[in-house]
Design a protein around this ligand. Structure first.
Ligand code: HEC
Ligand code: HEC
Ligand code: HEC
Ligand code: HEC
Ligand code: HEC
Length: 313
């Protein structure tokens, strides 16, 4: 309560002082913090954008350079052609980014996505008044195209799907309405806005995202699997090695007969709304099959179950 009272009187005082000058006036430049325009590390942005920093810090983007998988895949950083998307300086729409020489341990950091040295401003979804650094509203931040300079293959798949739902609508859902900054006194001057999830969750397909049917022939089991709602391949990858697995177990009169496994890689993935036929040659007769679909992310050891169904014949 005390803090609120203090905040309110300060706000009134500052408003009288500042409202006497309009927002184009030079007075605001006393709040300018010039190092913000020199590609600082994410920790520097966290001095004001604390909540967003905490989310980003949990994301795969924050570990894109220091992860064990990346180290291994590049022979401990020997492959320089990989750097552009894993430690980008700035990204320009639909082009491979430039490589950053500093703060590499930051991976894909705040300025990689938000800063443009062309107009020396932070680009973002809102029209904001931000005295510490210039900001520029950029409509692309609401569109899938901001993800396209690195997620090139996934973006192509998405485009082909003709679905209007954007990458952000699934991988950057609104977390809550709050201040974009948590630093006094700047927080007094801004209204709460929607903050979108900067931990960029991968999420997992739901049962109903995959349509599955099975048929029995004289000497085989045929499974038709279709990705009916995710507008990119499953698994999708510009790099890395994610996988899907289809496991089938046949039964006769309740007794287990045979096990079958099909591994689905990014190259032969489940494309959006394109049924995939999987055929297992069977040697023993069966009257029931249990089919499981699992996924394994590139950077996780364990497999996760998406769907399990029993079908009787
Ligand atoms: C000294 C405080 C401060 C620091 C440090 C700071 N910002 Fe900001 N930033 C602001 C304020 C104030 C706003 C406007 C907030 C509002 O209107 O709700 C803002 C808004 C933004 C926006 C929204 C722009 C838009 O148009 O939607 C982005 C993006 C942004 N900052 C990025 C950054 C990045 C990246 C860094 C680190 C390089 C950074 N900021 C460091 C104070 C700061
Ligand atoms: C500057 C390049 C770049 C941009 C721009 C970018 N990403 Fe990424 N993204 C990556 C890289 C590299 C990884 C892999 C990091 C790792 O796991 O080491 C990644 C990982 C991810 C993951 C986790 C994937 C997994 O395997 O679990 C998601 C989800 C994701 N990004 C979504 C997005 C979305 C949505 C956007 C657009 C708002 C976006 N990314 C923009 C480079 C980028
Ligand atoms: C991979 C690219 C990417 C990275 C990395 C990233 N952002 Fe964002 N940021 C976005 C996108 C895309 C949006 C717009 C989301 C929307 O409106 O749907 C956004 C929105 C914002 C906004 C406006 C509020 C909001 O959530 O929409 C601020 C402020 C911001 N980012 C600051 C930061 C800061 C600070 C960091 C580092 C801690 C950071 N961003 C890292 C892509 C990124
Ligand atoms: C309708 C929601 C939806 C949209 C739109 C969407 N995704 Fe996804 N995405 C998912 C789901 C669900 C998964 C998890 C699939 C699984 O492994 O179960 C996923 C997985 C991923 C992965 C992890 C790769 C893997 O297979 O391990 C990346 C990277 C990714 N998406 C990037 C993107 C990008 C980039 C866009 C926009 C071009 C996008 N997504 C659009 C729902 C969506
Ligand atoms: C065009 C941009 C781009 C380039 C260049 C690039 N990557 Fe990536 N990388 C990505 C994206 C985007 C992801 C996110 C995973 C996905 O697409 O499902 C990723 C993911 C990965 C992953 C999986 C993450 C994990 O932690 O398991 C590894 C490993 C990887 N990249 C290694 C490399 C190597 C090695 C090179 C060079 C031969 C390279 N990358 C070049 C964009 C790129």
């Amino acid at each position: 309560m005390m803090l609120t009272k203090r905040k309110i009187s300060l706000l009134i005082f500052l408003s009288f002082f500042l409202l006497s000058c309009d927002s184009n006036s030079k007075i605001w430049t006393i709040f300018r913090e010039d190092d913000l325009l020199e590609h600082p590390p994410a920790k520097r942005c966290a001095e004001c954008h604390q909540e967003i920093y905490k989310q980003w810090n949990k994301s795969r983007h924050a570990v894109s350079y220091i992860s064990e998988d990346y180290k291994k895949a590049t022979n401990h950083y020997a492959k320089t052609k990989c750097l552009a998307c894993h430690i980008p300086l700035e990204m320009s729409i639909a082009e491979k980014p430039e490589i950053r020489e500093i703060h590499r341990e930051d991976g894909i950091n705040c300025v990689s996505c938000h800063f443009s040295s062309k107009d020396k401003a932070m680009h973002g979804p809102y029209d904001v008044f931000s005295p510490p650094h210039p900001s520029m509203q950029d409509k692309n931040f609401k569109k899938s195209i901001v993800c396209s300079s690195c997620h090139q293959e996934t973006y192509k798949q998405w485009k082909k799907s003709n679905v209007s739902k954007t990458c952000q609508e699934c991988h950057m859902k609104p977390v809550k309405k709050m201040d974009l900054i948590q630093k006094f006194p700047f927080d007094l001057f801004h209204l709460a806005k929607k903050v979108y999830n900067h931990s960029f969750p991968t999420t997992i397909a739901k049962q109903e995202d995959l349509h599955l049917t099975a048929k029995k022939t004289e000497d085989s089991l045929i499974i038709i699997l279709e990705n009916i709602s995710i507008p990119h391949n499953l698994p999708t990858a510009d790099n890395g090695n994610p996988k899907f697995y289809v496991l089938a177990t046949t039964y006769k009169n309740g007794e287990k007969k045979e096990n079958f496994t099909e591994v689905i890689t990014p190259k032969y993935a489940l494309e959006y709304k394109k049924p995939k036929k999987i055929e297992f040659i069977t040697f023993e007769d069966f009257d029931k099959v249990n089919i499981k679909v699992l996924r394994k992310l590139s950077w996780k050891k364990q497999k996760e179950l998406i769907k399990s169904v029993n079908i009787k014949f």
